[in-house]
Design a protein around this ligand. Structure first.
Ligand code: AMP
Ligand code: ZN
Length: 133
């Protein structure tokens, strides 16, 4: 059983901040910022790609509600909402989860490094036709 299934089944402890019959949210064990939270469907599903749409919608509803709580109750200045899909994108736990990463102007409260560099020139028309085909 994967580690998030173990948490959902109560076999491994977690700092739970939200729970209903389908979804659990708990603090990340290695937070990159103050209040870093994971929103997780209780049913095992590998990633965003294969989560059934009704469950995905519910996960995102909970993610939105908790994001508002983090904004209001932790006084963060922003929040990154993200999910990593597969190892190449940084997914280390193969059980779908959404990261809520509160962001702070006060750098003492976060240690977050995202970098979006730019790739070399591309054929945009060909790219669009490849994506939509
Ligand atoms: P990802 O790299 O997107 O798969 O994210 C996995 C996240 O799960 C990481 O941020 C880990 O710190 C976190 N994590 C791993 N094990 C646990 C655990 N037992 N309880 C809470 N968070 C965990
Ligand atoms: Zn699982």
């Amino acid at each position: 059983m994967c580690i998030f299934c173990e948490i959902a089944n109560g076999n491994i402890p977690a700092n739970i901040v939200y729970e209903d019959d389908q979804v659990l949210a708990f603090l990340d064990v290695a937070p990159t910022s103050y209040g870093h939270t994971l929103v997780v469907p209780k049913q095992h599903t590998e990633s965003f790609l294969d989560c059934n749409p009704a469950l995905l919608h519910h996960v995102m509803d909970v993610a939105q509600q908790l994001s508002n709580k983090l904004m209001n109750n932790l006084n963060c200045d922003g929040i990154n909402v993200l999910t990593n899909v597969k190892e190449a994108a940084g997914q280390t736990i193969p059980h779908f989860h959404v990261h809520l990463i509160p962001r702070y102007e006060d750098s003492a409260k976060e240690n977050v490094k995202f970098q979006f560099g730019e790739i070399d020139k591309i054929d945009v028309e060909q790219l669009v036709s490849n994506i939509i085909r």
